[in-house]
Ligand binder design. Structure first.
Ligand code: NAD
Length: 365
């Protein structure tokens, strides 16, 4: 496999710990880091979706993969001690809003206590220089405002998932103020809704859509007019890697900062717009609307991402159209058994990087 040179090759041979490496985002992050020549260690619990991107890409063979519970301090401490990472990406979470209503304790234990545990456990790596903490755009108090939420807005999620992530942010802030070690740099990222190949989580609109399409069934849509800051999976993953590289290089302006990560100019789209775009490349796609609309999800969520653009020059690469197309083509390739999924996914990363370079996007060098 031809390796990619990016971020001044900072990840080459670097020991990287990813929590939540078997999930949707974690698998793409693992894949990209493999391409950069990193020495990846992963820590996740046993639960996987069916199918699972981690299994589809056969990533277990390419990294050191550990199973454990992030809410158990001893389990995560043991892995940090034996792996001695230089950088940690903390993604492990109970990431589903709907499930959080039926499992609030598991959600808080994983998302809030888990964040405290990774920070405390991180002290056992003598080589550690940086941590990228992944929370969510749902940390904000959602008051259905028209302007995008800024990093300085109030943190107060209403549902158990969102509240557990707001709580994680309070914990991170407390840790930085009370225990933070001099030589470890930490940033917090709050990304918007992500679309991309290989997500099979329940009750997420595009995974549900492609699952139904693969069985020639009709998708029933709950809230067609909900708007979200959709972005392609490689946008936040690229942002995590870029921020990580800045932390490793001791760039002071990103230390102890939180950053929204989302599309340009509050480019929000309605659920129905996303689906209509998918249909352009999947003509046999079928959907209908449900009458009993869910009241449990915020209808309007806009993100103001000026801070990360200003502080780091990071910005998204793909347009909305390119993001939906890349996602659709990934699932088409998977369900039609076209080309090998590992090679196809690697090519998606390479195409994304090439497009960024052609567009002279500065953070991808
Ligand atoms: N997907 C999105 O649209 C989105 C948007 C904003 C933020 N996020 C955040 O990004 C991160 C990754 O999201 P995702 O979509 O890949 O989620 P995912 O559900 O696909 O993956 C979650 C990962 O966490 C692991 N995990 C769950 N509970 C655990 C526990 N108790 N101990 C150890 N590992 C555990 C799972 O095994 C899996 O590897 C999460 O922190 C999520 O909140 C996701």
């Amino acid at each position: 496999m031809v390796k990619l040179k990016l971020f001044n090759n900072i990840y080459k041979d670097k020991k990287v710990l990813i929590t939540g490496h078997t999930g949707f985002k974690g698998s793409w992050l693992t894949l990209w880091l493999i391409l950069l020549g990193a020495d990846v260690v992963g820590f996740s619990n046993k639960k996987k979706t069916t199918p699972s991107l981690f299994k589809v890409l056969n990533l277990k063979k390419k990294i050191k993969s550990y199973t454990g519970d992030i809410s158990n301090i001893n389990e995560i401490t043991r892995i940090v001690k034996i792996s001695q990472p230089e950088i940690i990406f903390h993604l492990a979470a109970q990431a589903l809003v709907k499930k959080s209503y039926s499992s609030p304790i598991e959600t808080f234990e994983t998302n809030s206590l888990g964040s405290l545990n990774i920070l405390i456990a991180s002290e056992k790596s003598k080589k550690l220089k940086a941590i990228v903490m992944i929370t969510s755009d749902k940390v904000y108090k959602n008051i259905e405002i028209k302007r995008g939420y800024k990093e300085t807005d109030i943190l107060m999620g209403n549902d158990p998932y969102s509240a557990s992530k707001s709580c994680a942010e309070l914990i991170i802030n407390m840790y930085l103020k009370s225990y933070k070690k001099q030589n470890v740099n930490i940033s917090i990222t709050r990304a918007g809704n992500v679309i991309g190949g290989g997500d099979w989580s329940q009750d997420r609109i595009l995974p549900d859509l492609f699952k139904q399409w693969s069985k020639s069934k009709t998708l029933k849509i709950r809230n067609p007019n909900s708007t979200r800051p959709w972005q392609f999976i490689l946008e936040p993953i690229g942002a995590y890697l870029y921020l990580g590289s800045l932390l490793l290089k001791n760039k002071k302006k990103v230390y102890f900062q939180s950053f929204n990560i989302g599309p340009k100019k509050y480019e929000n789209k309605k659920v129905i717009e996303v689906i209509k775009h998918v249909k352009k490349n999947l003509s046999n796609l079928k959907y209908s609307f449900l009458k009993d609309k869910s009241k449990k999800e915020a209808k309007l969520l806009k993100l103001n991402c000026q801070k990360i653009y200003k502080f780091t020059k990071w910005k998204p690469v793909y347009s909305f159209k390119e993001s939906v197309e890349s996602t659709t083509f990934w699932y088409k390739n998977f369900y039609n058994n076209e080309t090998n999924n590992f090679d196809y996914s690697i090519n998606q990363i390479k195409n994304y990087v090439e497009t960024a370079r052609k567009r002279k996007i500065k953070w991808i060098k």
